[in-house]
Every structure is written in C-alpha cells, then in structure tokens.
Design a protein around this ligand. Structure first.
Ligand code: 8ID
Ligand code: ZN
Length: 350
C-alpha cells in the first residue's frame, strides 16, 4: 500500500544569509517525472551548510532555503520515469542532487564538475525537512542493513573523503596527513584511510579530538593549538614528509603548511573550502620536490556506491551525536567554535 503523504511538513528555513533559522511549516513538494520523494529520517550537518547560511562563498544559494545534503530516509513517492527506486527503498540525498549526464565532465565521471549540477541545500532545497526531493538517477541507494542515522554522514562527508583519498594516489603503507581530523569529514577520513591500507596522521585541536582520532585509528596526532612547529612534527614522525595530505579544515591557516610537510613526489589534496583562501607554494621547492596540489570535490555515483559499501561492511564507524531538527542554530554555533568532535545528525522524522 502506498504510504500516506501529508500536505505540509516541518522544515528549517532561512530567508536571507545569516537571517533567522526558522522551524517552519511548509508544503510537502511533489516529485517530477524523474524524481523521488524521500521521507528524511536523519540528516547530517556539514560545515558546507554553515557556509550556505553565511553566504560566504562566491556562489549564491536559492532563497528562501532549506539546507542540508546528508539526508537518509525512505522513498515514499516516485515520478513515472523512475526505474531505479521502489516505494519503501532506503535512499540518500547527497550534495549532488542532479547533473546533466551528457556534458564532457559527466561523461568522464566528473559529475560534480557539471555546469548544470543541482546542489542539495544550496541551489535546491535539501534535507533539513521531513520530505525532500532528489533526482532518482543521482539519489544514493542505501542497503536495508544500514542504520539511517549512522549512514547519513556518509552521503557527503564519507563520499568526499573517500574520493579525496583516491585522488591523493597514496598507496598502501604510505602516510596520509589529515588536517581537521577530528571534524565531520576528518573523523571519517581517518577510518577510510586505515581501511585502504594507509597510515593516517591527524591534525586538529584539543584533547577530545585527539582522543577521537586515536580511537578511530589515527597513528599519530598533532595538536595545532599546542604544537611548537606543526611542519617539523609531521616531518619528524614521517621521516621526511607525508606521502599525501588531505586539507579538510574550514580555516585557511593550515593550507600553506601542508605544502611544506608533504613528501617529495607527494600530493596535497584541497577539500575544505574556507572563504577567500589561497594556497601558495614556492616554485623552486615545488619543482625540485615534484609535489602536486589537487582539488577534490565530493564524488560521482560510483564513488557514492563504494563509500557506502565500506560503511555497510563495517569498515567505518560514524561518530554521531543526534539532535532535533529545530536545534540547527545551536549546532551551527558549536560548529563555528570548532566544538563538534565527529558529526551531528538531526532527527527529521519519526
Ligand atoms: O567536496 C568538497 N570539497 C567538500 C565536501 C564537504 C565539505 C568540502 N567540504 C568543506 C566544508 O565546506 C568545510 O569548509 O570541508 C570543510 C570541512 O567540513 P566539515 O568536516 O563538515 O567541518 P567540521 O566538522 O567543522 O570540521 C573542521 C575541522 O577543522 C578543524 C576544526 O577543529 C574541525 O575539527 N580545524 C580548524 I577550523 N582549523 C584547523 C587547523 N588550523 C583545524 N584543524 C587543523 N588545523
Ligand atoms: Zn557536505
């Protein structure tokens, strides 16, 4: 029997950047022919959602906006062209809500780089509501064995760090230094790295994050708030530099340091998106040491399936704290202050 779908629902909405975050009653959207309607059970809160609310990136959001792009739930309706989901299936809303699938980038697997990409919780309404729309072809299939609260952060944080680790081209046995290791992306990166046979080193601040990173498999931790010289500490521990570096921090401070402690022939991957930030590298040293700096932006549908598969097989745990949907403003405040170890997940529906 088809599930009964209400006409209205509760959502977290803002009308202008940095404006009030309101817990508001809004209509339940109707899916188009190629879309599914997902009853969102849980949604992770990514630092990107905070950037969207601040409006601090050089890309406008839709307004008013329902944020959120780590939504895990159950399919309750599907358009007549949808063939890859059935009512009752588990499905995930990810950052990439849709892409054209026919441009040169989509054809090469660079779906996130599509100029026509639709972004959940940014250019289209996202998962901080009870019922959200996703293009069926891009929605993430989630196995029924998965816990929906736990799997939610995989839908952005997990996919992103898994893809970034592949982009680094680090090989099993090599060091990967994870900057921002105690945050949402970082706490997953440590575990994906370990599962991929790499040797993760975490950089973040404070004892709670140090303990979390060690517990999740970090081999060594540098506390940037206490270390006298972060660059030297990494060079010493790795005996010559880290083969790969993932910059997952939302601050620009650590970017240039990472170019100094990456190993010759190694790769710095830039993932965190601090506003107005630059990364620079001394050309002579850059050439002689033959290092690479690469950007990495979420992942495509294959990366999504692979990242979820690591989770479903129990290779990564998601350190979550569950809060109510209406508590979003308090979550943003804690995130701004760097006080969240791991990920907060909002309960959106019963
Ligand atoms: O596809 C992408 N490229 C992508 C996908 C998802 C998220 C990019 N992002 C971006 C977000 O927009 C944000 O800019 O990645 C960044 C991190 O997202 P997050 O993991 O969701 O943020 P968080 O949970 O707040 O964690 C950030 C961590 O960085 C640490 C903080 O303590 C926190 O644990 N950190 C900071 I701020 N400054 C640091 C420093 N100097 C630092 N860690 C080490 N050194
Ligand atoms: Zn995100």
């Amino acid at each position: 029997m088809a599930p009964s779908i209400p006409k209205t629902q509760m959502a977290m909405v803002f009308d202008k950047p940095n404006g009030p975050l309101e817990y508001r009653e809004i209509p339940v959207p109707t899916p188009g022919p190629d879309e599914i309607l997902i009853n969102v059970k849980y949604s992770g809160v990514c630092h990107t959602d905070l950037h969207a609310w601040h409006g601090d990136w050089p890309l406008d959001t839709k307004l008013p906006l329902v944020g959120g792009h780590e939504g895990a739930g159950v399919v309750v309706a599907a358009g007549n062209q949808v063939t890859n989901f059935q009512i009752g299936d588990y499905a995930g809303i990810k950052w990439l809500n849709g892409s054209c699938l026919s441009c040169e980038f989509c054809k090469r697997g660079g779906e996130p780089n599509c100029a026509g990409a639709l972004l959940s919780g940014y250019t289209v309404d996202g998962s901080f509501q009870q019922y959200a729309i996703a293009k069926a072809i891009h929605a993430a299939p989630i196995p029924k064995s998965c816990d929906l609260a736990q799997v939610a952060p995989i839908l952005c944080a997990g996919i992103t760090v898994y893809k970034a680790l592949k982009t680094s081209e680090a090989r099993p046995g090599e060091f990967v230094t994870i900057v921002g290791a105690g945050g949402g992306l970082g706490s997953l990166a440590v575990q994906y790295a370990k599962a991929m046979g790499l040797r993760p080193i975490g950089i973040d601040g404070g004892d709670e994050k140090a303990a979390l990173v060690k517990k999740l498999g970090g081999e060594y931790f540098v506390d940037f708030t206490k270390s006298k010289d972060v660059v030297q500490e990494v060079l010493d521990y790795t005996e010559g530099g880290s083969h790969a570096v993932l910059n997952l921090s939302a601050s620009s401070g650590p970017l240039n340091a990472s170019v100094k402690y990456v190993r010759p022939m190694g790769t710095v991957v830039v993932v965190g998106l601090p506003p107005d930030a630059q990364i620079s590298s001394d050309v002579f040293t850059h050439v002689i040491r033959s290092v690479s700096i690469k950007g990495s932006y979420v992942g495509n549908r294959a990366d999504t399936d692979e990242a979820i598969d690591f989770f479903a097989r129990g290779l990564v745990q998601v350190p979550i704290q569950v809060r109510e949907l209406k508590d979003l403003a308090a979550v943003y405040e804690a995130m701004e202050q760097g006080k969240i170890a791991g990920r907060v997940v909002l309960k959106c529906s019963d």
